[in-house]
Design a protein around this ligand. Structure first.
Ligand code: NAD
Length: 332
């Protein structure tokens, strides 16, 4: 099947070329993001491969449908950027990669915790400048601290296990608690208690209407002073202006973000020669206790291999059967 891949970066191409070599599929790789202006590039392609910041809304789907596209394959797990109801109306199938390496993202969240706590990001810069002073670099023992996890699916479960390895007490909230976590000794609690009791809060839920701005001024007010917030899920789970206010007051002590509400058009781009147009992002970058990475939680060899292989399998199933095990159903 002929597939056009939007938002292609060199690592996507490398891993997809390796995985597609023995498959019947041919990929056309383009750098452009999928949106209303670029959708016409997919004219004549039965399948379109997209990533987290590609826009697959009603306008884009209309153009894709008119151009003969029948299948949308996401090379990611989250699908908040796809209008599933409209895709279904056009008879288009949407498939994703539900789990590629939960370890990749969970380990990145842990890396952010360790970096922020022990101020590795600041120590690295200081030492390179010949400054070996330790002033301002005091951290805390993770052992004995309470970690609150929102969303205990594939990634959240691995994250709980790792944090227990640091001798942390792990509590969690999920609309569907799972037995694997209960078996690990994770205690499920209501959100209010999670906010109030956690020294560190890590988000591993999808972005849905229920989780949009889950971390807002009201939730933050319930949290401990000095709390550490880690978000590797989706940016809009946090209300950014409320977070900035709380950072300014010192109520939130540390923030690790791998995702950002307005990351589209900024993340995955080299803007080092340009002025950052987003004032909220620019403000976040001024705090010494904020660590931002550009949506790289998934970026491990194992995850990229699994993403490419599963996407190729999804395409083969779609071509042969018209549907596939990883197809998304319309919700609600
Ligand atoms: P998953 O589907 O296995 O788990 C998500 C969990 O969240 C489920 O247990 C679900 O019941 C729970 N949930 C749903 N609604 C909730 C709510 N309102 N409150 C609390 N919990 C809720 O997904 P996963 O593979 O663990 O991935 C989690 C999220 O991580 C994805 O949706 C995606 O947004 C994000 N992600 C980020 C990266 C990255 O590179 N930073 C990579 C992959 C996934």
């Amino acid at each position: 099947m002929h597939v056009i891949m939007f938002s292609t970066r060199p690592y996507d191409r490398e891993y997809f070329e390796a995985a597609a070599a023995k498959s019947p599929h041919q990929f056309t790789y383009i750098e452009a993001k999928l949106n209303k202006e670029t959708a016409a590039l997919a004219q004549g392609y039965p399948a379109v491969c997209v990533f987290v910041n590609d826009q697959v809304d009603a306008d884009v789907l209309e153009v894709l449908h008119a151009g003969g596209t029948r299948f949308i394959v996401l090379r990611c797990a989250g699908y908040n950027n796809v209008d599933l109801a409209t895709a279904a109306r056009y008879g288009m199938q949407v498939a994703r990669v539900p789990a590629y390496s939960p370890h990749a993202v969970a380990e990145h969240a842990v890396a952010m915790i360790l970096c922020l706590n022990r101020r590795i990001h600041r120590a690295y810069v200081r030492v390179r400048e010949g400054n070996f002073s330790l002033n301002g670099l005091i951290g805390f023992d993770l052992a004995g601290k309470t970690v609150g996890v929102v969303g205990t699916g594939a990634i959240g479960t691995v994250f709980c296990r790792i944090m227990q390895g640091f001798d942390c007490k792990v509590i969690a909230y999920d609309v569907k608690p799972n037995d694997a976590c209960r078996g690990l000794g994770v205690e499920y609690v209501e959100l209010d208690r999670l906010w109030a009791d956690s020294d560190i809060i890590s988000l591993h839920c999808p972005l849905t209407p229920a989780t949009r701005h889950l971390i807002n001024a009201k939730a933050i007010a319930r949290m401990r002073r000095g709390v550490m917030l880690i978000n590797t899920s989706r940016g809009a789970v946090i209300d950014t202006p409320a977070l900035i206010e709380a950072l300014k007051r010192g109520h939130v002590g540390y923030v690790g973000l791998d995702v950002y509400e307005e990351e589209a058009g900024v993340f995955f781009e080299d803007l080092s020669n340009e002025v950052i147009p987003d004032d909220l992002l620019a403000r976040l970058l001024t705090f010494p206790n904020v660590l931002i990475t550009g949506h790289q939680g998934f970026l491990t060899h194992e995850a990229l291999t699994a993403i490419a292989e599963t996407t190729i399998r999804n395409l083969t199933e779609l071509e042969n059967r018209g549907t596939c095990a990883n197809c998304l159903a319309v919700e609600g």
